[in-house]
Write a new protein. Structure first.
Length: 283
């Protein structure tokens, strides 16, 4: 069913829900899902409504025009999207295949409602898997002595493909500040949740030496500050002294796949609202 997704963040106050609900009722808008959250700490209010598109007398541009006076009245940061307009997702990867393979499978089976115009990788290892899905594979090697040239090409490809979202599916390079800034709130990353305790190479070996009991993964938006962007989704799996390092790596990959796919799904469905360096996720 085609819906319009109305997403709002604004200073909290009396009458916001009533005003929005009255607006929708005036135009016979049929609400299929409604979520609200009042953040006492920040004093902000967050809202997400899904409305049946066929119940309204106007298209999405007409919706924007009709709703704009209410948005001004309450100083809203807001957007409305059409569920029929599929977001374009550019995936980026290196050599590890688990996250990329999982997203491609979910896309291929219709679980992820998006278009994937291409995969960009700094190695050529995953080409056959990507091309089997009928998706273009763009190999952009990164020269450690001249990373600027590679990321200039990456930026050009992302622009050429009109990407709405970039997903780092275990892409093992740090994006330049310019790309982070241009696509703020639209670059999603995944990594293990040992940070900041176990940094650098072989984090699972370090964790094993410390006898950790939980393995987790964090999905977040990318910012110029490394691995410090707003968190979209996290999860953990319990382990014990019986688990080998190989077991830990396997379990870590499993949780990374689940967390990344959920985080991307929430973004695609306009369920994530970013405020400062935090998120409200209506899942």
């Amino acid at each position: 069913m085609r819906t319009f997704r109305l997403v709002i963040a604004c200073p909290d106050g009396v009458g916001i829900v009533a005003k929005v609900s009255n607006f929708l009722a005036t135009y016979n808008g049929w609400i299929t899902e409604a979520s609200h959250h009042s953040d006492e700490q920040s004093g902000w209010f967050f809202m997400r409504h899904e409305i049946r598109a066929d119940s309204l007398p106007f298209d999405i541009d007409g919706f924007r025009q009709a709703f704009a006076p209410i948005a001004r009245e309450f100083s809203m940061q807001w957007r409305v999207t059409d569920s029929d307009q599929r977001k374009r997702v550019v995936l980026m990867a290196s050599r590890q295949s688990h996250c990329l393979a999982d997203l491609l499978h979910r896309w291929h089976s219709g679980e992820l409602d998006c278009d994937i115009p291409c995969v960009i990788a700094n190695h050529d290892d995953l080409r056959s898997m990507v091309e089997w899905h009928g998706i273009e594979y763009r190999h952009v090697p990164v020269d450690p002595q001249n990373k600027e040239a590679a990321f200039s090409e990456v930026a050009s490809i992302v622009s050429e493909k009109s990407a709405d979202v970039i997903v780092l599916a275990r892409y093992m390079q740090i994006l330049p500040p310019s790309l982070c800034e241009e696509y703020a709130g639209r670059v999603i990353n995944i990594h293990h949740s040992f940070l900041p305790s176990f940094v650098g190479a072989k984090p699972y070996h370090q964790a094993s030496m410390r006898g950790v009991k939980l393995i987790g993964a964090t999905c977040h938006y990318v910012t110029q500050e490394l691995d410090a962007g707003p968190i979209i989704e996290q999860d953990v799996v319990r382990i014990s002294h019986r688990d080998s390092i190989e077991d830990m790596v396997r379990l870590g990959k499993d949780v990374e796949k689940m967390v990344l796919s959920r985080g991307l799904r929430y973004h695609l469905e306009d369920r994530v609202l970013v405020h400062d360096n935090k998120t409200v996720v209506f899942n």
